[in-house]
Design a protein around this ligand. Structure first.
Ligand code: FAD
Length: 490
């Protein structure tokens, strides 16, 4: 899947960049560029023409303006931990890496707000507002991934079932648009009149501009947190328990599931004490007031035991809680113990379809003679099937990719979505038509063109096929709104 092509000679652009950010922050040497050729989805690799590392919004604006004047495409990059090829460079373009912009510019705990630069890591926000407050959206990659990347992907994490996703925490954005102009949307206030352009920008995957300043909401830490891990004979059984807990009116801070393959991999890597013969592990965490937590926690233990859990392990202290989570958070990285390579999917299904969909995934895996590990945010129905393969065996990578595509289809057919939190990027754009009709895609495109008419910001991502503003692939069909005379194309 490598899309390597010789990088374009950017002419005098590199020299202009040196004048803006300093010579040491412009990379053009072939070997150094290789560091940036992929994000976390290593199946794709493209060497950019140059990498520029600005240190301020002014520098970002200068770099983007220079690209605009030379009609050169560019891609923003945070930590490069994305799993959909969102930060994959374009061969004839510039990669704008934001990792030097790491200041936390303002902390206002009384009002629960922080203003951060885009290169600040997710975990650094919670560290900056602790011990009294925290920033709830917590991707497993939180030690490295940046808030700019989180905003672009609308990232989630284990605690999003109760607390919501990135989009629920961004109150303001300072942006650089594709022509190099600067724009501020919102601020520390919670709500603003007019169109929700912040909502449009969050999750736009670097296609609408670059976030250079981000106002975030942070919240007080709950008085009490209680965590358990329950082990079941099968994911079907554990899936039923998830439904029972949620339909019982309990809203856990987190409710995560791992199947046997991921338990074995994670236990091998962490020694957290998960039984390697368990069919499924369910990590449940409740938080809130002391009294509410205690009562609800008893209820969860009863539900797990009543449903025939093989064992229920309750964290006695912070150290044991951390150990329980370590296994869950290590699951992706531990897949190397199962196979040299894996292909991660990130689909969403209605929670009530968990057992059925997991069964279908198992059948497909057997049919394709590959192993699929499942580790996921069970409360949200956000599956992360990890299709394991050995890239050195002829044909296995292709089979893994095909199987991953079939899993997406199963999820969409079950009433779900092609992505929960990892974004569409380059990897999932081919699946967009399975969820969206042409008028929907056209509406996305028109919004994008309002921000970036020449489509220089992260071209070739998200939309299923490259297209110009207003262009519709295939025979033109009038949108129902056009037919009704309510709207027209431009
Ligand atoms: C082991 C592992 C576990 C993960 N777990 C989770 C998880 O639990 N939940 C989850 O949601 N994700 C998870 N991810 C995926 C990834 O970490 C997130 O998508 C994260 O938000 C990406 O941040 P980044 O800084 O690495 O962004 P990058 O990968 O560098 O970029 C991602 C996208 O954001 C755009 N972008 C970056 N910065 C900006 C900016 N300032 N302005 C505009 N656009 C920008 C890029 O162009 C690209 O489209 C995981 C990844 C790994 C490797």
């Amino acid at each position: 899947m490598t899309q390597d092509a010789p990088p374009r000679d950017l002419g005098d652009l590199a020299e202009r960049f040196r004048g803006i950010v300093g010579a040491e922050h412009v990379i053009t040497h072939e070997q150094q560029l290789a560091t940036y050729e992929s994000d976390g989805l290593l199946q794709y690799a493209v060497t950019p023409g140059a990498v520029v590392l600005p240190a301020s919004a002014q520098e970002v604006a200068g770099v983007v303006r220079a690209c605009h004047e030379r009609a050169t495409p560019w891609v923003a990059r945070g930590a490069g931990s994305g799993l959909s090829g969102g930060a994959l460079p374009v061969a004839d373009g510039v990669l704008i890496a934001l990792t030097r912009m790491r200041s936390i510019r303002h902390v206002d705990l009384d009002n629960g707000r922080v203003l951060v630069e885009p290169g600040v890591t997710n975990i650094a926000v919670s560290q900056a507002v602790g011990p009294t407050h925290f920033y709830p959206p917590d991707p497993s990659s939180q030690i490295v991934c940046t808030i700019g990347g989180n905003v672009a992907e609308n990232s989630g994490g284990a605690h999003c079932f109760k607390y919501g996703f990135t989009t629920n925490y961004v109150t303001g954005l300072e942006l650089v648009l594709a022509d190099g102009s600067q724009l501020t949307l919102g601020g520390p206030e919670l709500d603003h009149p007019g169109l929700d352009l912040i909502g449009a920008f969050v999750g736009s995957e670097g296609t609408l501009g670059i976030a250079t300043g981000i106002w975030l909401r942070v919240v007080p830490k709950p008085e009490s947190v209680r965590t358990l891990v329950a082990f079941f004979g099968s994911t079907v059984k554990a899936g039923e328990v998830v439904s029972e807990i949620v339909s019982g009116g309990i809203v856990p801070g987190a409710i995560e599931m791992m199947d046997n393959l991921s338990i074995r991999a994670a236990e091998g890597a962490t020694g957290a004490g998960y039984p390697t013969d368990a069919g499924a592990a369910l990590v449940v965490e409740l938080d809130g007031s002391e009294a509410e937590c205690a009562a609800r926690f008893e209820q969860v233990v009863e539900i797990c035991e009543g449903a025939g859990a093989d064992s229920v392990r309750v964290a006695k202290d912070d150290a044991e809680r951390e150990l329980i989570w370590r296994a869950r958070k290590a699951a992706f990285a531990a897949m190397g113990r199962i196979a040299p390579n894996y292909y991660v999917q990130d689909s969403v299904i209605p929670r009530t379809r968990l057992a059925d969909v997991l069964g279908q995934i198992e059948e497909l895996a057997a049919e394709h003679e590959l192993q699929v590990a499942n580790v996921f945010h069970a409360g949200d129905g956000n599956l992360h099937p990890l299709v394991c393969y050995d890239g050195s065996v002829p044909d296995q990578a292709e089979r893994a990719e095909k199987l991953a595509g079939l899993i997406v289809k199963v999820c969409v057919d079950a009433g779900g979505s092609i992505t929960g939190e990892h974004g569409v990027g380059v990897d999932k754009k081919r699946y967009m038509p399975s969820m969206f009709d042409e008028p929907d895609l056209s509406a996305f495109q028109r919004l994008r063109c309002a921000f970036d008419p020449e489509q220089r910001a992260n071209p070739g991502k998200v939309m299923p096929a490259p297209r110009l503003c207003g262009e519709v692939p295939g025979p033109y069909r009038r949108h129902p709104l056009e037919q009704a005379g309510v709207a027209e194309r431009f």
